[in-house]
Structures are given as C-alpha cells and as structure tokens.
Design a protein around this ligand. Structure first.
Ligand SMILES: Cc1cc2nc3c(=O)[nH]c(=O)nc-3n(C[C@H](O)[C@H](O)[C@H](O)COP(=O)(O)O)c2cc1C
Length: 355
C-alpha cells in the first residue's frame, strides 16, 4: 500500500500510536536481511556525488534519520534499508525511564509540524547495548546520549559518561544532547561552564567522534558561545537543531496548542531558525566543524538549502512522518539534480557554497 493511502489511516490514530504502528509495519515488511537488501536496491540512490566522508566514516549519502524516531534502536536495520545514509538512535539515558504521561505527541498538520514531550522514554543504556550486541548492525549508526531525569543536573557528567561507555562500541559517532526541552534543566547544560565540564568529562573516555546537539532557541550569542566551546574542546561536529519551544506564528489555533500542553515543536516551524544557525556556525568556524543540519526538512530543495548554508549532513524526522518511506529517496534524488545543475562533482564542493 502506498503511503498516500496509508497516511490518512495512520493520521486517524493518536500520533504516538501511529508511530508505533508505522514502525511495526516497516519492521514486519523488512524483517529479513533479504527483504532489506531488496528494499535498499529499490530505495537507495547510488551516486558518487552523494558519497561523503566525515570523521573517517564513508557515508553513502548525506540524508540521515534524526534522533528520537528509533529511541532504543529497535528498528534501525529496517529504517536504514529505506535509503538513509545513516540512522541516529536515542536519546539513550543511563537509566530506563517511562517518559512523560501520555498523550505526549501531537500532530499540527496546519503547520506541517509535530509537538512532543516524550521525555526520553526508553530502556536504559544497558538494555540498548544488549540489544545492539545481538544485532547485525547494517546502517551507519549514530547514538544520541542524554541525561536521565532522576539524575540531578550536578551529576549529569557521570550519567552521560555511563551511557557513553556502555554504548560507544556500537556507534560510528556519538551525539551529546543538551537541547531537548522535555527533561527539566537539560538545556542549562548548554551554558558555558557546565558545557565545558561535560565535554571534558566525555572526551576523557570517548573513542568515537563526539558531536554536540543544540537548540534552535539559543540566541545568536549563545550559539556563538556554544560553537566556540565545542571547537575549543575538540568536538567533532554540531547537530543543529533540536525542537523549539517558541510558539508564535503558528497556524494551529492557540486554544488547541494550549490543550496539547508543553513540548517541543518540530517540522516547518523550526526550519528557518535551524538554517540560520547552520549558516552561523559554518561562518564562525570557517567550515572547520562539520554540521549536521536538521529542522523542517521535507524535500530536496530544503536539504539543499541546508547544505549550501554549511551542513555536511542533514537529518529528517517530521518530514519523514509527513512524507513517508520514500522521503529519503526523493531527497537524495533531488540532491543529485541540484549537484548536477550547479556543476558540483561532489557534495563537499557544495557545502557552504550559498554563503
Ligand atoms: C516525537 C519526537 C521525538 C524526538 N526525540 C528526540 C530525542 O530523543 N533526542 C533528540 O536529540 N532529538 C529528538 N527529537 C528531535 C529531532 O531529532 C529533530 O532534531 C527535530 O525534530 C527537528 O527535525 P524535524 O523538523 O525534521 O523533525 C525528537 C523529535 C520528535 C518529533
């Protein structure tokens, strides 16, 4: 069944239920290595211009699945078979936690957006590590790390460290998430001193490239500060951005938004700010720090804007929910056209070329 027909059915279900049903359908359809190989042949765009190397890792294409879609790494092989260049799982925390009470995820179709306050619901690092150890990992895997809700902010470093030490052997790269709005106090770890301290603690034990994921709600000065600290401390890249808590300018009626309650908004409303931040970080670091651009990417033109603004890789989440399983293929196909039209032989030549 095509996603055009399936989507109206999924969208009749509560958003989180639809997410589980969609993931289960995908996992069912792509449950065997043979089915996944066939899917990859059909979905992946193989084009030399799309290949890129970051941190010594060879990415087949720059379009990844963003963190939070597969929090525990349950469906990562099936997701990878859809033609994503890489899959980021997590956020994983040291301890298992149930997340916030349901409902905690909502669609805002008028805004091409989602609102969520999941609160890092998932098994802890140990259970995720055990699952990963039993799997043959097919896609390039990023693991996104966060702080357990029960751990006081003052002990955050140990909490991240614990997850990192347990999980890093499975990851091609790691992301330090200090930007989710749904764990009380987490975003304070973006402040100068705690950020420096956290990065230093992690670097003392990291064996994988370590990226920093920042919020779209930072001011320009805060973005500059976080970028400078990241560069000083030897971070391998910046993931920009997470969801936003800003709510003005939305089409969804205020009453409806209020009824949904707190949470981070993703999709089209984050797009402009995420793009600005990508451009800002690229300029500030003169392209020295690879950037993963994420926020409201639904199509190839938007992915291309991120690349031209300085993103070396991009990720999607909300655009995947609205666009369905062919989205990574469509975006990659469109990127090839952009590259050819612009006379770029390789993606790297296009990174930051729009500034
Ligand atoms: C339901 C939901 C859950 C998410 N969970 C996480 C998470 O656990 N960790 C994280 O770093 N980002 C999480 N995100 C943020 C996405 O990874 C991404 O940064 C953000 O949604 C912007 O991209 P998009 O507009 O393509 O959705 C989540 C997003 C959504 C919609």
């Amino acid at each position: 069944m095509s996603y055009r027909l399936l989507r109206p059915l999924l969208f009749r279900l509560p958003a989180e239920t639809a997410h589980h049903v969609g993931s289960a359908l995908l996992a069912g359809a792509l449950g065997t290595a043979a089915a996944r190989a066939a899917a990859r042949r059909a979905m992946a765009i193989q084009h030399p211009a799309l290949r890129c190397e970051r941190w010594g890792i060879q990415f087949p294409n720059p379009v990844g699945l963003a963190a939070g879609f597969d929090k525990a790494g349950t469906h990562l092989n099936a997701l990878g078979a859809l033609g994503f260049g890489f899959v980021e799982i997590g956020t994983v925390t040291a301890f298992a936690q149930p997340g916030n009470a349901r409902p905690r995820m909502f669609r805002l179709p008028a805004d091409q957006a989602l609102l969520n306050r999941m609160g890092f619901n998932k098994p802890g690092a140990e259970a995720v590590a055990r699952r990963l150890a039993q799997s043959q990992l097919e896609p390039i895997l990023g693991i996104n790390l966060g702080k357990s809700k029960a751990t006081p902010l003052a002990d955050a470093d140990d909490d991240y460290l614990r997850s990192m030490e347990r999980l890093q052997e499975f990851a091609a790269y790691l992301v330090v998430n200090v930007s989710s709005p749904n764990t009380p106090g987490l975003r304070q770890l973006q402040d100068a001193e705690p950020l420096r301290q956290l990065l230093r603690a992690l670097f003392s034990k990291a064996t994988r490239p370590l990226l920093l994921k920042i919020a779209p709600d930072l001011t320009d000065d805060q973005v500059d500060q976080a970028t400078d600290i990241a560069a000083d401390e030897g971070v391998s890249g910046i993931v920009a951005t997470n969801t936003t808590t800003v709510r003005h300018g939305l089409r969804t009626p205020v009453k409806r938004l209020e009824a949904f309650g707190a949470g981070g908004i993703s999709g089209a409303p984050v797009h402009r700010r995420a793009l600005e931040i990508v451009a800002r970080v690229h300029r500030r670091t003169q392209g020295a720090l690879p950037i993963v651009g994420v926020g409201g990417i639904f199509d190839a033109d938007q992915a291309w804007s991120f690349i031209r603004a300085g993103a070396s890789l991009v990720q999607i989440w909300t655009g995947f929910v609205y666009g369905g399983p062919l989205t990574p293929r469509r975006i990659n196909q469109g990127l090839v056209e952009h590259l050819e039209r612009g006379g770029f032989r390789r993606l790297d030549e296009a990174v930051g070329s729009g500034l």
